[in-house]
Design a protein around this ligand. Sequence first.
Ligand SMILES: Cc1cc2nc3c(=O)[nH]c(=O)nc-3n(C[C@H](O)[C@H](O)[C@H](O)COP(=O)(O)OP(=O)(O)OC[C@H]3O[C@@H](n4cnc5c(N)ncnc54)[C@H](O)[C@@H]3O)c2cc1C
Length: 392
Amino acid sequence: MDFWDSDELAAHRDAARAWVEANVKPEWVEEQRRTGCHQTNELHALLARDGILAAGWPEEYGGSDVDPDFARTVFDECAQLGLHFDGWSTTTMVTHTIEHVGTDEQKRQCLPAALRGDMLIALGYSEPDSGSDVAAAKTTAVRDGDEWVVNGQKMFTSTAQVCSHVFVLARTNHDVPKHKGLTLFLVPTDAPGFELQPIHTLGGQVTNATFYTDVRIPDSARIGGVDEGWNVMRVALVYERGVAGPASVDQTLSEDLTAWAREARRPDGTAVLDDPLAAERIGRMAVDEEVSRLLGQWMNWRASKGGVPGTEGSMRKLFWSEMAQRHYSDALDILGAEGVLAPEAADAPAGGMFEHDFRAAVVTTVYGGTSEILRDIIAERELGLPRNRPGR
Ligand SMILES: Cc1cc2nc3c(=O)[nH]c(=O)nc-3n(C[C@H](O)[C@H](O)[C@H](O)COP(=O)(O)OP(=O)(O)OC[C@H]3O[C@@H](n4cnc5c(N)ncnc54)[C@H](O)[C@@H]3O)c2cc1C
C-alpha cells in the first residue's frame, strides 16, 4: 500500500477540513464529554444532508455520489477533534449485515432510511451473564403468528438513548447447542415494553441496560433466518472490528503533552520537558502513535478495496486501545500528583484533559471485543492457530 496521501487524498483532506470548519460546532466535543453520549444527532443530520453517510452505497439503496475517501476523511477529521460516532458505527455494522443477509424489502426500507439519517441502530448482544460469550444469550423471542414476542435484558446497549432501533440477539431455540438457537431482530426503541436505564462508565461514557417485556415485533423485523443468528452476527462482528473508530481516544497525546511540558515548571524552576525521562517517554508515545496511525491507514486502504474487512480492524483496535492505556498512565506519571485533578478543578493541568482521557482509555480494551478476544481472532484468522474456545 501507499503510505503517503496521493494528490487526490490530499485534496479530499483539504475539502474535508473545509467541511468540518463550515459545519462542526466545537461545543459538540464538550457536549459529548459532558453528557457521555457518543453520538450527536445534529451533526448526524448534516452528514446525511450532504450525502456523506450514503457515500459508497449503491444508488438503489439511497447511495450518494460522494467519494467514500472524502467521507472517511470527514469522519477522521471529526475524530481528531474528539468527536465520536458510536451510533453511526453500530448502524453501519447492521446496514452491511442487512446488505448481506437481509430480504429485498429490508434492503429497500432500512438501507435508505439509515443513509438518510432517519434510522440509528444500537447493538443488543451483551447481557448481564453473557458478554464475550455472546452465544449464551438468554433473552428470548417466541413466535406468535406473524409476530415475535421478545423478553429479556441486554447490557451495554450503547447509544440506545438516541437510536431508533436495537439489533437484538435473542434465543429462539433451547433444544440445540447454544450458538445454533439464536436469531437477530430489529426492535424499535419506541415499541411498548421497551425500556432503558443509563449506565455511567468510569470514562464518562454513558451506555445503557435495555429491558424487553413482551415486546411484539413483526416477522419482517427478523434479520436472517430463524436460528441463524450466530452466522448473521458474525457478519456484523467483522464490520464492527473493521470500522473500529479512528480515534476514540486522543491520538496526538505526545504533541499535547509536549506543549504542556514545555511550559510547565518543576519546583526547582526547570521545564518538565528538560527532564530526560519525561522526554524519552513522550518520544516513545510519538512512535506508538505513528504505528497506530499507519495501522489505521492500512485498515482504511483495505476497506477502500471493497469486500468484507479482514483482521486489520482487530489489529488496529487492539494496538491503539492498549497503547492509550499505557500512554495515559505515563502521562499521569509525568504530570505528577496534580495530573489526577478532574476537569472541574480550577488548577487541573491542561484543563483536566489528561485525567479525563486516562479514565476514558480504561474501557477501550473492553468494548468492541476485549483484548483477549481480539488476540484470539488474530491468532486464529491471521496466523491460522487453533481455536481456544470450545463449542463454536
Ligand atoms: C463502554 C462499553 C460499551 C459497550 N457497548 C456495547 C454495545 O453497544 N452492545 C453490546 O452488545 N455490547 C457492548 N459492550 C460489551 C462489550 O463489547 C464486551 O463484549 C463485553 O463487555 C465483555 O463482556 P463482559 O464485560 O461480560 O466480560 P466477560 O466476557 O465476562 O470477560 C471478562 C474477562 O474475561 C476475558 N475472557 C472472556 N472470554 C475469554 C476467552 N474465551 N478467552 C480469553 N479471555 C476471555 C475477557 O477478555 C475479560 O478480560 C460494551 C461494553 C462497554 C464496557
